[in-house]
Structures are given as C-alpha cells and as structure tokens.
Design a protein around this ligand. Sequence first.
Ligand SMILES: [Zn+2]
Length: 368
Amino acid sequence: MSSLRFRLSIRYHWLGVILILLVLAMLLLNFDVNSQPPQAKQTGSHAVILMYHHFGEDHLPSTSVRLAQLDAQIQYLADENFTVWPLSKLVTALIEKAPIPEKTVVFTIDDAWKSVYLEAFPRFKARGWPLTVFVSTDQIDRRYSSNMTWAQMREMQQFGAEFANHSRHHNSMIQTEHESYADWRQRVLTDLNHAQKRLEAELGQTPTNFKLFSYPFGDFSEPLANLITEMGYIGIAQNSGTVGHDSDLRALMRFPINERHGEIESFKTKVHTLPLPVQQLSPFDPVVKNNPPQLTLTFEDPPTQTIQCFDQAGTPLTLTWLSNKQLQLQSVEPLAPPRNRYACTQQTQSGQWRWMSHSWVIPASSVK
Ligand SMILES: [Zn+2]
C-alpha cells in the first residue's frame, strides 16, 4: 500500500516538473512574442508630412503646385484610403508613443499665402480633411494682399485647419557671425513670443501642451533646436524623410511638394516612403564646421540591402563603413553656401523606398 502511494507520488512529482517546464516554456514563448514590437513598429508607426507653399501660382514653380497636380494628389490619397491627420495629432501620437495608422499623411503649408485660402481650403473642406498652416505673423498684421487675413484663418479653423508659429519676421533664426550669444537668444525669444501672442490673440489658445514652430527657410542649428524645445515648441524642418516614434522632436522631417515634385508618380513614391532605420545620426547640428562635412549613421541592425547616398544635386557621396552598423558619408567637394543636404535611400525587396536626409547650413566662412 505504502509502496504504491510512493510510486504514485513520484509519478505526480514528475508530472509537476513537466507542468512547470511547460508553463516556463509558454512564458518564454510569450516573452518572445512580446519582444517583437520593434518589427511591428517599423511597419505601422510612421507618417509622411508634406510641405506646400503656393497653389496654382504657376510663375513660382519651386514653391507652387499646379492645381491639376493638387487634384490628382488628393484623389490618389482618397482612392488609396490614406488617413489625413493635422500635425498636432501626429505630434501627440509621437509624444505618447501611440499607434499611427498605416498610410498616414499630414498636409502642412508654410507662409499663409492667399492661394491657401482660395485654392487649397475649398478642396480640403470638401473632403473634411485637416490642414496645418505655419504663419509668419507680420505678413498678416501688415495686411499684405498676397497673404491670407486673420478672418480667413478663423473661417478655416471651423473646418479643421490649424495655424502655428513660423516666426514674426521670417528671418533665419540661427545665430549670425555678428551676433553675440545673448543677443541671438534674445532675438529668438522676442520674435517667437510675439508671433505666438499674435496667433493666440487672433485664433485662440493652442489646445495642446506643446506648440509647433516651423523654422523659416528650414534653417536650424543645434543651439536653436534646443532653445525652441526649452520654449515648449516642437521643431518642424524642411529636410525630406518620414517621421516615427524615434524621430527627433526638435526637427521633424517633411517632404517638400512643388511643381517639380508634384507629378503623381513622384508623389506616390513620397507618400509610400518608409523610414530608413537609423538609430543615431551624428552630428545633429546642421551648421557645417568642416567643409565638406562628415555624417555618421548608426543603423538599428546591419542593413541587408544596398544604401545609396547623394548630395542635393544628386552627386553620389563617399560611403565608408566604420562597422557593419555604422556608415560615414562625405561629399567629395566642399558644399557651397548657403544650404545643401545629404540624402540616403534604400529599396526594399517589395520595391518601396526607405529614405532619410540631413540638411546642412553652410556659412560663407566655411569655404576657402
Ligand atoms: Zn516660410
């Protein structure tokens, strides 16, 4: 009797061990499944911000899109079921690390020209789509006929448009060679505070706990990016690329859309662009100190597909792999002032493009 109980208890003992092992295996399996989000993050957690200026002002092809191009772009996004978000909603999702629907785009427009109200607004209103417009407030306060009025902006607000800071005077906000650090800091504070006050007086308080600031001419430096962050702004740049949860909120990338980049094939490529999985980019500061500048990209994983990098004119850059995850880029020739950029692309096996770019601000003194 006792020997039978002993044999049974041994059997139960082993059953117990097997059960524990099974539970452990399941836990491990579960853990493994949970460790997958980085992959999911890459496919469903990015968006494309588009940047426009003028609409149907065909004498300004570098900053205007033709109306037929705009209509085709809007129709394409509607047909393909893209989600259109205002920029503040995307930034909120970036801050909260909240999911972003696949195929999300944001329309941003700089300078509040009259054609925004006359041409873009009726089209977006008809779709119920939002717009984010960056306003340089003195142009509105001086009632320039080329610009929108505060009343037109209030009307657009009723239909989902939002308005944000693009400075008071539309000057480059980087410290100049003739300006002391203290003078520069004061200039930025005074200019941005004035613009923000005017926006809020005419259009109401910003409902979010952050403010949006688009750098005039896309010009920023590391000290400027840090200063506007300290002032509670998210920085909006002009170098092309996608944004996602890993994006630097001091300088979110946007794809400029103009007549040249407005044809539908080029537009399709842009709105379907995927992020290049760069973990770190060094230096962050776009202001060139040694010309030609070196840029080092650190990838999350060693890239498996070929990466190609170019300057703004499309001239290939010299690529040096420092390790299987670190790539250094440099132009062969010094870059000419005032601006240039390095861009890298990688085609995925499914034919989509990954893209990132880094803008450079080139002081005249950096060229011998
Ligand atoms: Zn501007």
